[in-house]
Design a protein around this ligand. Structure first.
Ligand SMILES: [Zn+2]
Length: 133
């Protein structure tokens, strides 16, 4: 089994390449510091990937919201799919709104801050005359 320098087994996948392309790659083995066709192909793939922007999705995204609260998708929890976190709004008689994150069991956390910063939530608070506590 192939080993790294640290003697850790590593996984490999396989791709098929046309023989004429492999012959072109082989012409560079032993030149420019490359010792094998694999080194050249890995370097070529890394350089190609570096030319494209990474498709990074936001860590927090709102999933669903209304006057009762916001469902927040947190991709940092349970990656890669993330975890749905519920943030609740509970207005009192004075229109002061208690916020609560079910996941963190607290009134203030990044999920609550994220929910309160959403323009749709600010619109609901404005229309109802609500103020966060
Ligand atoms: Zn939270």
């Amino acid at each position: 089994m192939p080993k790294t320098k640290a003697e850790e087994p590593i996984d490999y996948g396989f791709v098929k390449l046309p023989k004429d392309l492999i012959a072109e790659v082989d012409a560079y083995v032993g030149k420019h510091g490359y010792r094998s066709r694999t080194e050249i192909i890995k370097e070529a793939i890394r350089r190609l990937m570096a030319t494209y922007p990474r498709d990074v999705k936001p860590v927090l995204e709102h999933y669903n919201l209304d006057q009762h609260g916001v469902r927040v998708l947190d991709r940092s929890l349970n990656p890669p799919n993330g975890l749905i976190v519920d943030v609740y709004f509970k207005p009192d008689a004075n229109n002061r709104v208690l916020t609560f994150c079910e996941h963190d069991q607290t009134e203030r956390c990044r999920h609550v801050e994220f929910a309160l910063d959403l323009p749709e939530v600010q619109k609901i608070f404005h229309e109802k005359g609500w103020k966060p506590k």
